[in-house]
Ligand binder design. Structure first.
Ligand code: GLV
Ligand code: MN
Length: 194
């Protein structure tokens, strides 16, 4: 989904501020082999309250992907863990399960739900912008790698967007949206520390 590159590469200079579209290039004379290799996905992530950990290899973590229109994530799951419903405004996603059993699903703009339980070696695809999740439905830990056609796909995470924004969404917006009472909304907000 990103624009095509206009040169071989443009290793991001993260010290410069992001301009209109992405980061300026590091000086060619300062580019080394190290800019094109990244070991940040080699370690298991620390799982959050959701029982999952997303470790990104996007342009902010791996400046070598700047302008190349690609990036990846590592996603670790504790037993029962979920990578909660979220969408990527700037990319389609593909993924492969490396370990464990994952229930993977996404929703169309007409609320049609497509899902499947995947095992090691099996892949999925999530069309750009659609809400999706993965849940570990196996016995032990699970591991997946995902790939995106953007160097910075972005993630809109539904539960934290609605219940842990800064500043907080007024409760009356959420009580009316979900047709529940104020106490329930406050309880959900408290789970996210807000
Ligand atoms: C999984 O959905 C991911 O965004 O890495
Ligand atoms: Mn995703």
């Amino acid at each position: 989904a990103d624009p095509d590159p206009l040169q071989d590469f443009c290793v991001a200079d993260l010290k410069a501020s992001a301009s209109l579209n992405g980061f300026p290039c590091k000086l060619a004379a300062e580019v080394t082999s190290g800019d094109f290799f990244f070991d940040g996905l080699s370690k298991e992530g620390n799982t959050t309250i959701f029982g999952s950990a997303v470790t990104p290899a996007n342009v902010l973590a791996f400046p070598g992907v700047n302008t190349l229109g690609i990036s990846m994530n590592r996603v670790d799951f504790a037993p029962g863990g979920i990578n909660p419903p979220h969408s990527h405004p700037r990319a389609s996603e593909s993924g492969i399960v490396i370990k464990g059993k994952l229930l993977v699903g996404f929703f169309t703009t007409n609320n049609v739900f497509y899902s499947k339980v995947l095992s090691a070696g099996e892949m999925f695809v999530i069309p750009r912008g659609l809400i999706h999740f993965q849940q570990n439905v196996g016995e032990g830990k699970a591991l997946a790698f995902t790939a995106f056609n953007s160097h910075l796909p972005g993630a809109v995470i539904v539960p934290t967007t609605l219940f842990a924004s800064t500043p907080s969404v007024p409760n009356q917006v959420l009580t009316k949206t979900f047709q529940v009472d104020d106490d329930l909304i406050s309880t959900i907000k408290s789970k996210f520390g807000s």
